[in-house]
Design a protein around this ligand. Structure first.
Ligand code: PGA
Length: 216
């Protein structure tokens, strides 16, 4: 079986101390059979990087966002070059950024460009195939807004048909995200062309994450 990918998107839920204590609960030399990508908030990234190295855990790090600008006079932004000292991946185009921070297709394209310039791999979140027009990611996550944080997982047949459309635009691996938890895994794992999951709330509890990782 192909190696599945599990993206853990902590959003703004953990402080750096909480992030550290989550990782400290993971066994030393942890080496999951899936590819695990942890995306803490910016401030928690350095401490996560340190704990992962010290404990020799096989988890990659990703950021949840990137500045659309390069290094320079952009108060409050975090540049791709700063991120590249710590992370391998960056999430771009998450529905919460599109909706709450007014990120347009143009801004998303600029962010993807900054990621590429800094050799960061892009986890591009989309709600439909049109959002892949003129923009690509190394990993593409289909995330219907109606399922994010609502407890309502998308029907497996609907995910399959959206994946079919996405494949007209990209050959990248396809993830599903939106209220995924341990109990739905057996149905979701049957979805054709599915390479893994993006977890939001299910990623906050370490036992839950270890159980999900084990069952992929
Ligand atoms: P959720 O978040 O798992 O809490 O629905 C998913 C996401 O935002 O990608």
């Amino acid at each position: 079986m192909d190696q599945k990918t599990l993206v853990l998107n902590w959003k703004s839920n953990k402080t750096p101390l909480e992030a550290k204590s989550f990782l400290e609960k993971i066994p030393d030399n942890f080496d999951p059979s899936c590819k695990m990508i942890l995306c803490p908030d910016f401030l928690s990234i350095p401490v996560c990087s340190e704990v992962i190295k010290n404990k020799k855990i096989n988890i990659s790090l990703g950021a949840q966002d990137i500045s659309r600008f390069g290094k320079g006079a952009y108060t409050g932004e975090v540049s791709g070059s700063a991120l590249s000292e710590f992370v391998e991946y960056v999430i771009i185009g998450h529905a919460e950024r599109r909706l709450l921070f007014n990120e347009t297709e143009e801004i998303i394209k600029e962010k993807v460009l900054q990621a590429k310039k800094n050799n960061l791999k892009v986890i591009l979140c989309v709600e439909n195939a049109h959002q892949l027009d003129g923009v690509g990611g190394d990993i593409v996550a289909y995330e219907p807004v109606s399922s994010i944080g609502t407890g309502k997982v998308e029907e497996a047949s609907k995910i399959e048909s959206v994946f079919q459309e996405l494949k007209n635009y990209t050959s990248s691996s396809l993830l599903y995200g939106g209220s995924v938890n341990y109990n739905e895994l057996s149905d979701l794992k049957e979805v054709k062309n599915l390479s893994g999951f993006l977890l939001g709330s299910a990623s906050l509890d370490v036992e839950n994450v270890l159980n999900i990782a084990k069952s992929l």
